[in-house]
Design a protein around this ligand. Sequence first.
Ligand code: NAD
Length: 322
Amino acid sequence: MKVGFIGLGTMGASMAANLQTYLLKSNHGLVVYDVNRQAGDAHVAKGATFAESPKALAEQCDVIFASLPGPPEVEAVALDKDGLLAGMKKGAAFFDLSTNSPTLVRKIHALFAEKGLHMLDAPVSGGPNGARSGKLALWIGGEERVYNEHKAFLDAIGDQARYVGPIGAGSVAKLVHNCAGYCINTALAEVFSMGIKGGVEPLALWEAVRGGARGRGRTFDGMVDQFLPGKYEPAQFALKLAHKDMRLATELGRELGVPMRVANMAYAEMTEAMNRGWEKKDSRSPMQLQLERVGLELKVDPQRIKEALERDPPAKGDPKRS
Ligand code: NAD
């Protein structure tokens, strides 16, 4: 069996190298391609073949991975006349490891399906270090059977390959993850600028808040008590008290002349929730306002949440969950 890998950049070079180690042990061959031919030198030195085009690579391979900058490059590699669609063997599978547009991956998936080819989106999370060490999450969207058949290759690339749902689901999960990260960064820059202007030494401030409830839990763990099950009563922490905290924080910002766009927006959401009469509900109840705006109601079964936490437990030092 031959495996193809296209795009040997910061992430792809290491992922292909780890895949190659596995392929060498299991007697499979590796074929690589990159617009920059030198990017494949290390893999060729270990026995890989360099293909002349994505089409030429596809003609030889049963499964193909790609780690490309973004939608235009993936579209070109997949659909151009010298691309994968023109060369892939019937029944072969293409895993797109790039961070890509869900709409584009669904389009490629549909065009591939017409020719009896499989396409799965499989974006990764873990950065260049994770790509090197193999401590990498892969979020897969597409046909579950094809995912299961190729799981060994995915496990050679990362330690947390997970099937998320139909085609596009992996890309949606990746965008949710990265968007959450950058929104959190925006909020952190804002509140730390307020704290430092408020006279606290940056490292002392960071060490202090890192030991708090938020600091000790995993980023997304706070969603399991209220947001996912849609249960805001009884309150763990009443909205009325949280609203007071945010009033104090935004007042401090005003006193210090610190612009606090994110905090004032969060405070406005909390005020709107107070005006709904939710002051005795949990402080996360304003999250329902956004769900209302998009016409969503969440009611994830608490038993399923419990099982998910058992599969992947909260941080050890999280005071809320230990
Ligand atoms: P990169 O720019 O370092 O690597 C891209 C590689 O693709 C390069 O070697 C380039 O020569 C090659 N390439 C570009 N166009 C091509 C084409 N048409 N045909 C063949 N090869 C082509 O990018 P990266 O940081 O390795 O990221 C790759 C993907 O992984 C991106 O979608 C990125 O968003 C995602 N990602 C990156 C990180 C990170 O921390 N770098 C983390 C997670 C996900």
